[in-house]
Design a protein around this ligand. Structure first.
Ligand SMILES: Nc1ncnc2c1ncn2[C@@H]1O[C@H](COP(=O)(O)OP(=O)(O)O)[C@@H](O)[C@H]1O
Ligand SMILES: [Mg+2]
Length: 302
């Protein structure tokens, strides 16, 4: 039997609301039920190291039974992404080497969009490299970058489909003019076409993954205050535009006597987990475990 594909759980929300803490608590509570969990820090701030009082890298490190942690080094993945593009151009678009490619790459290093492409690459590679976990819990980057991350497949598809149409037009025209003379070049044209078609397949699969509630759960973390609610609204609107729905709302740092009525009204129809404000710092495995038990927290019923 084919192993079941992992469920990806993403935490989104304003800085400081408790995404990293909620990721850690969720990962831990799932692992304690006996499911294998990989907690992946995609945020360059890498709070998981502080939360678990440990050092992490791109190799999974076990912090508790069934729970391993990985840290994604964004800079390294940016380098990796650039290198991949470089190699591909050298391999498939040889006739372009007449131009000054190196200069082009220096510009590309600073181009907008690079971070989210690197993040998507890291996401895909991490999934491929560690396919044996039931859950992959993703501690996300700041809101703006995270939204670009989820938007990337759809946006790329718009671009690539345009390029595909253009490419097909070029090929058609070329065939009208001469069929024989450009034999060499035609092989390369086909390569370009095939590469574009492969990209369409990859991004389509990714867009489907993000929209598939059986494999993707988006958790919105917020506090019972107006600022985090305002940012949450923007996140919800943006996700809806992309066709991604929220799975659950995590109201964190709920102090005694805080009113949740407005939040319940705002997010009616969605499951809501409330996490009380802790008097002690939520740092260290023992503290987290005790907190889960003490408050009877269960992040995932199903
Ligand atoms: N329920 C809670 N009770 C008390 N402190 C919390 C709680 N959740 C988070 N914190 C603290 O708030 C700060 C921000 O939390 P963190 O998880 O790093 O947020 P984010 O990842 O969203 O920036 C940290 O110091 C963390 O220990
Ligand atoms: Mg964080």
């Amino acid at each position: 039997m084919r192993p079941m594909e992992a469920v990806n759980i993403f935490f989104l929300g304003k800085g400081g609301v408790g995404k990293s803490t909620s990721s850690a608590l969720t990962a831990l509570s799932l692992a304690r039920r006996g499911d294998d969990v990989l907690l992946v820090s995609l945020d360059p701030a890498h709070n998981q190291a502080d939360i678990f009082e440990s050092r992490f890298s791109d190799k999974p490190r076990r912090v508790a039974p069934h729970l391993e942690v990985v840290e994604i080094d964004q800079e390294r993945w940016i380098e990796k992404y650039l290198k991949g593009v470089h190699e591909e151009i050298n391999r498939n678009y040889r006739y372009l080497t007449a131009f000054n490619l190196e200069k082009h790459f220096e510009v590309m290093r600073y181009s907008p969009g690079l971070e989210e492409y690197a993040l998507i690459l890291a996401f895909e590679e991490t999934r491929k490299r560690y396919p044996d976990h039931r859950y992959m819990v993703w501690d996300m980057a700041p809101t703006a970058l995270s939204l670009k991350f989820f938007n990337l497949p759809g946006l790329s598809l718009v671009w690539i489909n345009q390029l595909l149409a253009l490419r097909k037009e070029i090929i058609a025209k070329r065939e009208l003019i001469t069929k024989v003379r450009l034999l060499d070049r035609e092989v390369e044209t086909d390569k370009v076409l095939r590469r574009l078609e492969r990209s369409v397949e990859e991004y389509t699969a990714l867009a489907r993954l993000f929209q598939d509630s059986a494999r993707t759960r988006i958790e919105l973390v917020l506090n019972p205050d107006r600022l985090s609610l305002a940012e949450s609204r923007r996140i919800v609107t943006e996700l809806r535009r992309i066709g991604i729905r929220l799975h659950q709302v995590v109201v964190n740092k709920v102090w005694d006597g805080a009113s949740l009525e407005d939040l319940k009204q705002e997010f009616r129809g969605l499951p809501m987990v409330t996490v009380p404000q802790s008097e002690t710092q939520l740092i260290g495995l023992d503290v987290l475990v005790a907190y889960l038990d003490d408050k009877g927290l269960d992040f995932h019923e199903a």
